[in-house]
Design a protein around this ligand. Structure first.
Ligand code: NAD
Length: 502
């Protein structure tokens, strides 16, 4: 084997790290320093096939392991994550760039799904009806699908995979995860913790890579289901290819989340919310607020408060004391965000705060971008239309509440949204009429806890299956209905008519 100068992050197949020589690799950066920290092996069809083979073999036994044993493994895994949560968070900060505090929050939100999966014996219960016809009972059982695959984005390298595999595995499936190639290490720590928790080899596998690995997953005949979270164009592609190949697919896409501020809102609360939800994780959240829609004179009272808060934000390396916002994930992404700010200016929006050219002292090569604020944004501008996925907040002014609601309802995305008001009737109208899957009322980032399910509408989801929670259990199982009659003294003889259940 050739000696490599740089640390190579490799796949996890059949309960151990893969020891082969990768044909291709990709760089993994520390976004705060701007330096490459490692390289990651890229899987092709052969490595994907090996991982699916391990998962397929493990499924034969795993599907029959008792529910209580599966729960025990989930409990043990839960304890291990709790013990290693700082290790996991440090990995997230090192490869993604988010602050350590934010990374701990990410681990916590993933952990909640594990806790939900600890209760699988209850969640997977079927239904039973006695005496549906004379001496006939009917019941349903929910059975696992087989090998499920997960393809996940860079922005939540621990939490989004944890939306998927704990439930898939607890339901009796085996799993192949293809995490983002930009921050792949959290998945490997998870693989080690699952093994330590007693998960049999092959039940959880990780293959790294790019489109080649994804296409091999979509084409593999032994993969029954694919869960995807990422941008809208790729979500659409995964859904179309996966379903064309006969797989069950849930594909969650991108977002452009609007927050309406009515003139009667508590402006301090709204300003806190806009800044927290706009710039948290440097705007690299699918539930980030990227558009603030003000109604009437709300903007004139809100904007000074937003700007005061922006002035106090501390931007710096995610592991530095007091940092509230870290760098963007890569130099390319930072340049793309800067390109949108250039375009916004050229298209006539008023640039109130400009994050271009921001540097963090001592980390001049890091991929930093300062908080950016536009006023006077209109529907035709690219900063309004596109998902920027950076710390750029756009303010759109409207004259009426109905105009604000209509703006959201014609937007192709429908992931999250929020209204800020003290008027219960206005809030109720919003909840009833808004065409978005997750709605906040005086809550800017309405991410449901693990016992509800997460999912947007319109171009923010393909396939209609929300993720985790009760819908996760449904996605990773299929119902089987059994109609049973045990030996019965009444033998009615042959009857070719359709049963009429009397
Ligand atoms: P992305 O779509 O670029 O990548 C997601 C995954 O798809 C990665 O594993 C990547 O390797 C793979 N991929 C990328 N290009 C591909 C291609 N051409 N063919 C096949 N596979 C490909 O997304 P990202 O940049 O990693 O993440 C950010 C995006 O994810 C944003 O759009 C964000 O809104 C979205 N997101 C959505 C949710 C949600 O719940 N709806 C949650 C988190 C992130």
């Amino acid at each position: 084997m050739r000696m490599r100068a740089m640390k190579t992050i490799t796949h996890w197949i059949g309960g151990k790290p893969w020891e082969g020589e990768p044909e291709r690799t990709g760089p993994v950066f520390n976004p705060a320093t701007g330096r490459q920290a490692a390289e990651v092996a890229f899987a092709g069809a052969a490595e994907v096939d090996r991982a699916v083979g391990a998962a397929r073999k493990a499924f034969e036994d795993w599907r029959s392991v008792s529910l209580t044993r599966r729960q025990n493994i989930m409990f043990a895994y839960r304890e291990l994550i709790t013990r290693h949560r700082l290790d996991l968070a440090r990995i997230l900060t090192a490869e993604h760039g988010k602050t350590l505090d934010d990374a701990l929050g990410e681990v916590q939100r993933g952990l909640e799904v594990v806790e939900f999966a600890c209760n699988i014996a209850h969640l997977i219960k079927g239904e039973f009806s006695e005496q549906v016809s004379s001496a006939v009972d009917t019941y349903t059982v929910r059975q696992p699908l087989g090998v499920a695959a997960g393809i996940t984005p860079f922005n939540f390298p621990a939490m989004v995979p944890m939306w998927m595999f704990p439930i898939a595995i607890a339901c009796g499936n085996t799993f192949v995860l293809k995490p983002s190639e930009k921050d792949p290490s959290a998945s490997l720590l998870n693989a080690e913790l699952l093994a330590e928790a007693g998960l049999p080899d092959g039940v959880f596998n990780v293959v790294h890579g790019d489109k080649a690995a994804v296409d091999a997953i979509l084409a593999h005949p032994d993969i029954a289901a694919v869960s995807f979270v990422g941008s809208t164009p790729i979500a659409r592609y995964i859904y179309e290819q996966g379903t064309a190949n006969g797989k069950r697919v849930q594909a969650l896409g991108g977002a452009k989340n609007h927050m309406i501020v009515l003139p009667d809102a508590d402006m301090d609360l709204a300003a806190d919310a806009a800044v927290s939800a706009g710039y948290g994780s440097a705007g690299e959240r699918c539930m980030a607020i990227s558009v603030v829609v003000t109604v009437g004179e709300a903007a004139d009272r809100l904007l000074p408060k937003v700007r005061e808060r922006i002035a106090d934000l501390v931007v710096g390396p995610g592991d530095s004391d007091g940092a509230q916002m870290g760098p963007l994930v890569t130099a390319e992404h930072r340049d793309r965000v800067a390109g949108y700010v250039d375009a916004g200016e050229a298209e006539g929006a008023r640039l109130l705060e400009d994050g271009r050219g921001f540097t963090s002292e001592g980390h001049e090569d890091g991929f930093f971008f300062g908080p950016t604020l536009f006023d006077g944004v209109t529907k035709d501008m690219s900063i309004y239309r596109d998902e920027i996925f950076g710390p750029v907040l756009s303010v759109v002014r409207t004259d009426s509440y109905q105009e604000a609601i209509d703006l959201i309802n014609v937007n192709p995305y429908g992931n999250g949204t929020a209204v800020f008001t003290n008027d219960g009737g206005a809030a109720r109208k919003f909840q009833a009429e808004i065409e978005v899957g997750m709605v906040g009322i005086n809550v800017p980032i309405p991410v449901p806890l693990s016992f509800y399910s997460f999912g947007g509408w319109k171009d923010s989801i393909f396939g209609g299956h929300s993720i985790y929670g009760p819908e996760g259990v449904h996605f990773y199982t299929r119902p089987k209905v059994v109609i049973a009659r045990w030996p019965d003294p009444i033998h009615r003889g042959v009857d070719l008519g359709f049963p009429q259940h009397r």
